[in-house]
Design a protein around this ligand. Structure first.
Ligand SMILES: [Zn+2]
Length: 269
């Protein structure tokens, strides 16, 4: 006889849905967020509550991992994100790129990056309207770069990847010194199998950032795309850059095997 039992969330409320890249499995997935109570069940009947009502934040459709937060902390996080988002918008309207978090003595943080992260949480709490109102307040002057970035991020969460790529393209036209739109756009191009476009975007990231850890992460993906597109001379140059950025890679046998193979195919070995 099979006894079907276990635990799972029941009586879901305040549901929200969005798409994006999973922080746990890294894949492009759908995410459900909701308030629920975890019950012990037997034959699919909820028998014993195992916890208070909690917020299940971004349950991934592919790996089923979610963050669980008590409702009070979750509400606190959302209020805080809304207050700081308003500060970020004010700073951008004043022509500033950075702002100070409320009640925090730390360094000024990048307003555009903050707003993208905040939008992700606000979507997951059903506050899509708040995001739309922020976008509306960024129509002028120096807010326009962030407006395009935010629109692109929101289209990504709506699952409209080509529209998102178009908004990132607009962002690169407004401010062509920043690497972020190329990074996000390249990731979406790779996801939609536009590998040559993704290569071009990631090459822009390598040129525009001086942050070694960003270059390393992007370069490791770039070299794989270049190999898939049989761009061996370019892949060889990327490998050289990666070894420059992180010399210990020379001790990694499988990495060096990849380097040797590409150099041979490029006619450089
Ligand atoms: Zn996942």
């Amino acid at each position: 006889m099979i006894i079907i039992w276990g635990s799972r969330p029941y009586f879901r409320k305040n549901k929200a849905y969005q798409k994006g890249f999973c922080a746990n499995c890294g894949r492009f997935a759908g995410f459900s967020s909701y308030d629920a109570i975890t019950f012990f069940y037997l034959y699919y009947i909820p028998l014993i509550p195992l916890s208070k009502r909690k917020r299940f934040h971004k349950m991934c459709s592919l790996c089923s991992v979610a963050q669980e937060l008590d409702l009070e902390s979750f509400e606190g996080i959302i209020q805080n994100l809304k207050a700081n988002s308003a500060e970020a918008v004010l700073a951008l309207s004043d022509g500033e790129k950075t702002f100070l978090l409320e009640g925090d003595d730390s360094e000024p943080i990048d307003a555009a990056t903050y707003l993208l992260g905040a939008a992700d949480w606000l979507y997951a709490s059903g506050n899509k309207d708040f995001c739309v109102s922020i976008v509306g307040q960024l129509a002028e002057g120096s807010g326009r770069f962030t407006q395009s970035m935010l629109l692109a991020y929101m289209r990504t969460m709506d699952g409209k990847l080509q529209e998102a790529i178009d908004h990132y393209n607009t962002a690169t036209q407004i401010d062509n010194t920043r690497y972020e739109p190329y990074q996000y756009k390249g990731t979406l191009e790779a996801e939609t199998k536009q590998l040559e476009a993704a290569i071009a975007s990631y090459q822009q990231v390598m040129k525009k950032t001086t942050d070694g850890s960003v270059q390393l992460t992007i370069g490791l993906n770039l070299v794989e795309f270049q190999k898939q597109c049989k761009q061996f001379v370019e892949a060889s140059a990327t490998y050289d850059r990666l070894l420059e950025l992180h010399p210990p890679l020379a001790n990694d046998k499988s990495f060096m095997k990849g380097v040797a193979k590409v150099k041979k195919k490029a006619g450089l070995a």
